[in-house]
Design a protein around this ligand. Sequence first.
Ligand code: ADP
Ligand code: MG
Length: 623
Amino acid sequence: MSRTHPRPLSFIGAQVADAVRDARKRWRATSWTWCALVVVVALVPVVDGNALQISSLAAGLYIVLAAVGLNFAVGLAGIPSLGQGGFVGIGAFVAAWLAVRWGWDLVAATAAGTAAAAVTGFVVGAGAARLTRVYVAITTWVVAWMLQFALADFPQISGGSQGLPLPPARLGILGAVARFTPVWHYESALLFVVIALVAYAAVKKTPAGLHLTALRQSEAAALVLGADRAKLRTGAIVASAAIGGLAGALAVQLAGIADPTTYGPLLSVKLFVAVIIGGAAFTAGPVVGAATLALVGPAAHGLGHLAGIEPARFEPLVAAALLLVALVAGGQGILPRLRSLSVRGKTRAASSGAPRISVSTAIEVRPGPTVLDARSVAKSFGGLRALDGVDISVRAGSVHAVIGPNGSGKSTLLKILSGSIRPDAGSVHVDGRAVEISSVASLRELGIVRTLQRTAVFEDMSLRDHVLAGSVTARPVAGTARHLIGTPQARADEAAARVDAERVLSDVGLLDAVETPARYLSGAQQRFLMIAMALAAHPRAVLLDEPGAGMSSDHVASLIDLIGAIASRGVAVVLVEHNLRLVRSTADEVTVLSSGHVIANGDPDEISASDEVRRAYIGPTSF
Ligand code: ADP
Ligand code: MG
């Protein structure tokens, strides 16, 4: 959406002022600490003029950069990539080869190396995105080895065991030739590390970042929010590969020689260890991890000398031992450990009483027209007919209960209605029109949302972020890049989404706990949170799969109010439930399933009076 503003300058001025105010609000003591740290690190070359030392520090910072890049895959997306050394190597060798063969200058060679790594990352990511974690680890590990073998097989590219010497890096601007000193490398490495860290922290809060975090913590719960697993994971791997390639391309031009043994599986392990021992869940985790490894390095050399082992061979062993220690200690790494020590007991759990539900702005016409219907839907799993010619029609502003014994096909019906699975036969219609693209995201965009039968939330995510993640498919489309830059539209979208998130949390009685991570909620509260994630999408129909499972009668009473409130706003509610009190108090219409067939449909009184329903499901007592 592009708008012309009558006074563009004052408009931009207002935007900048806004952004500054925003930034100041978010600015905390930790931000000052980080800033001070960056300044101190940036001043090192002033104090220490030794070019050799600056050069090795710069090389260390490029390792940090590659580790921060790797965290886009490991920390953000939860993908255990063991191929980062390979991506670094691709960046390095592409840049080196272009500089040697074609005399490319530093900027062009670096850009090409970065791009080559990104493209490789895309190929690997697209192939590996659908695999389970173990297979992703194996695949990326194999890629790192393949590069190692390929370099060994083509000494004309790799320079063989001697390595490939580079001409001095240069940059020609209008006839003048700039040279690149170790100090230049040191400062630009630091700058890139800072940029990568800021980008990492910012990406976490974008819609894509929220979905990635959600996917990492509970894949099933993220998929019902419409998260596009393959696309997001591929994106995370491309980001990690590109940053790794950038680090490699610059590092090789600093070193002045491209040595195949520097980039490969050993580097991959080192980078992975850095991320894990620092703490993948933290933005700064890779920095702390890489620094720890750097400190351990000299110690390892000393030990190696004592034991009569070549120091370079001893270092990976120490790194591996550190990794094992980190994994045995809970696998969280240094920063999360420190954090959990400092905040233990500080996080207040939400009050666990039943939420008080407020009904706002009721809509008069109930029930309204049909929003969602399924016609002759059938679905088999192997030889089992889970659904066999089911029709159901759900009206706006009404509660439509679906009951039936376990295994009668209730959840399968909800999955088909919400686009999670496709029917073998029959069709789903929204507003009378057949749904063409059947996916969770596209049905959420049409306003059809589902909650899972089992309790599933994102343990470490705040309640606000849950609801924001739930609203992604309902928001105006502003891509991750626009969110990162903070364009006016993205900022407006973000602000509106935050206001909306609080409204939704207030609707389900969880506003008190807006900043609390979901793991501090009781089971019943988590189930209310699942409904909040559904409501966040501004639904026209919500499909609730046994929302009252495991709830006390107090909570069930709140749930009854909530379901009534949702319907009174004109939303269609499909309620799968075993708690017949809940069904009785809310349902306008009841459909009874048995072995994949509809055996009865009608208002609650008719259904409770039906002999067939009693025989199939309810038993001799009435409901
Ligand atoms: P309900 O929700 O009514 O308890 P479901 O819809 O979950 O029933 O399941 C209906 C039948 O389909 C059950 O027999 C179940 O075991 C089977 N089923 C459901 N999902 C799958 C699946 N993914 N693979 C194989 N069988 C399934
Ligand atoms: Mg079920």
